[in-house]
Design a binder for this molecule. Structure first.
Ligand code: ZN
Length: 134
């Protein structure tokens, strides 16, 4: 079961510049930054009421974020949904015909277990499932 939108991920070229820009936009600074080495990204998080915005910058040229920006430019990269049981949700979505980009939940930013769905099966929107890693 999907519980709520956990965060929206935005791909940016320069994290420092974008942290400043979004600080002006939201009227508050990001509350943390975190590198996810396995994904080749550095992230920062803003809390807006109940919702979060995650900024993502590539840390190497092979990073999915580098490739995304090359193809599409900066902008909304993914929408993440909080799920109660990520394995159950992955199984359910796979049986519905969605293509999972990873077959096992993996460690994402912000102490989450995550799984991405292939955007070809979701009208071009990259969907991230995430579950609090307890
Ligand atoms: Zn995310």
């Amino acid at each position: 079961m999907m519980l709520k939108i956990e965060h929206i991920g935005i791909a940016v070229k320069d994290l420092n510049n974008s942290n400043e820009l979004f600080k002006k936009l939201f009227g508050q600074a990001h509350y943390k930054t975190e590198e996810v080495q396995s994904e080749g990204v550095n992230t920062s998080f803003f809390q807006i009421g109940e919702n979060k915005i995650e900024l993502l910058v590539a840390t190497n040229p092979d990073s999915p974020i580098a490739k995304f920006i090359e193809k599409k430019g900066e902008g909304i990269h993914h929408i993440a949904f909080d799920v109660a049981d990520i394995r159950a949700e992955m199984k359910r979505l796979e049986s519905e015909g969605f293509v999972l980009l990873n077959q096992e939940p993996k460690a994402g930013a912000d102490n989450k277990l995550v799984c991405f769905l292939h955007p070809k099966g979701t009208n071009g929107v990259l969907i991230e499932l995430c579950q609090e890693n307890k």
